[in-house]
Design a protein around this ligand. Structure first.
Ligand code: SAM
Length: 275
């Protein structure tokens, strides 16, 4: 059986007693960095076998872990911090286990994205988890462009040395006046949540260079409604969503909800436009 075990994102008090029990009792712990996980376990007096499983060896080592579980061993998967599978290895192993009809369970722990969202003061009823944007070039530009049509609070991970670049790009993409929460060093001694517009953040971080780990929560760009959305804007939006792989049915639903137009009419319109 596979246990996905959450570990602290900073504050050791967040290491749950169930997580500790599971990590003591499984047969092997798969982890991104054996040294780092070794230190965590040492602090809590947990001794167990560690098995390196990370981004660069996951395709070779996943099947090895699956073989262990098929033989009846229990495996726990931890990442360097937070929940495995959230911007960390895990997803592939979970899929492999499901394909091999092995049981998977989770021992939930902190997630930086959700911790930031609940502190942000932004809308939490619906949200979009973006994680890290592609580091550069066309793929990055494309994602930034796509963020403009997301109508929900967005959650972005970014390294401190790239934060100013991200802020500049958000400004260029129409987010300058949007509210945001820049959440730094969550659960740690120097935790800080700066609730500023993107334009204000530009000024703030120019004077106070960013340090530590960041999650950025971002309010959506105000969506143009019905009559004030030009035909050209609507066509651009349809083409963009189609390029991102969205089905015609879903594009029609999205465009109808934003423009207030009839979904069936939009559907036929999209078919013509994308011919
Ligand atoms: N699996 C983790 C989770 O559940 O949140 C995410 C791992 S991802 C590789 C690492 C990124 O998460 C960091 O670069 C930062 O953006 C964010 N992060 C992790 N811990 C954080 C913290 N204590 N405060 C702010 N951001 C954090």
């Amino acid at each position: 059986m596979l246990y996905l075990v959450g570990t602290p994102i900073g504050n050791m008090g967040d290491f749950s007693s169930r997580a500790q029990e599971v990590l003591s009792s499984v047969d092997v712990i798969a982890c991104e960095d054996t040294r780092r996980t070794g230190l965590l376990l040492q602090q809590f007096g947990i001794e167990n076998k560690l098995f390196a499983y990370h981004e660069h060896n996951k395709s070779a080592k996943g099947p090895v872990l699956v073989d262990m579980m098929k033989k009846g061993l229990d495996v726990a998967l931890v990442s360097d911090a937070g929940m495995p599978s959230i911007n960390d290895p895990g997803e592939d192993l979970v899929k492999l286990c499901i394909e091999n009809e092995l049981d998977v369970t989770a021992v939930p722990g902190p997630v930086a994205a959700i911790t930031a969202l609940v502190l942000s003061g932004l809308d939490t009823t619906k949200f979009h988890y973006e994680g890290f944007l592609p580091s550069e070039g066309g793929p990055r530009r494309k994602r930034l462009e796509a963020l403009k049509s997301i109508p929900e609070t967005m959650i972005i991970y970014e390294a401190p040395h790239r934060l100013m670049k991200l802020i500049g790009e958000l400004q260029k993409n129409g987010f300058g006046g949007c509210k945001a929460a820049f959440c730094r060093e969550l659960t740690k001694k120097y935790e800080e949540v700066l609730r500023l517009t993107v334009d204000e953040a530009n000024e703030h971080f120019t004077n106070t260079p960013p340090k530590g780990e960041f999650v950025i929560c971002l309010e959506p760009v105000p969506q143009k409604k019905g009559e004030d959305m030009s035909q050209e804007d609507m066509d651009d939006m349809i083409r963009r969503l189609s390029e991102e792989g969205m089905s015609t049915k879903d594009i029609a639903k999205e465009v109808a909800s934003i423009t207030g137009r009839n979904k069936k009419e939009i559907y036929s319109y999209i078919l013509n436009l994308l011919q």
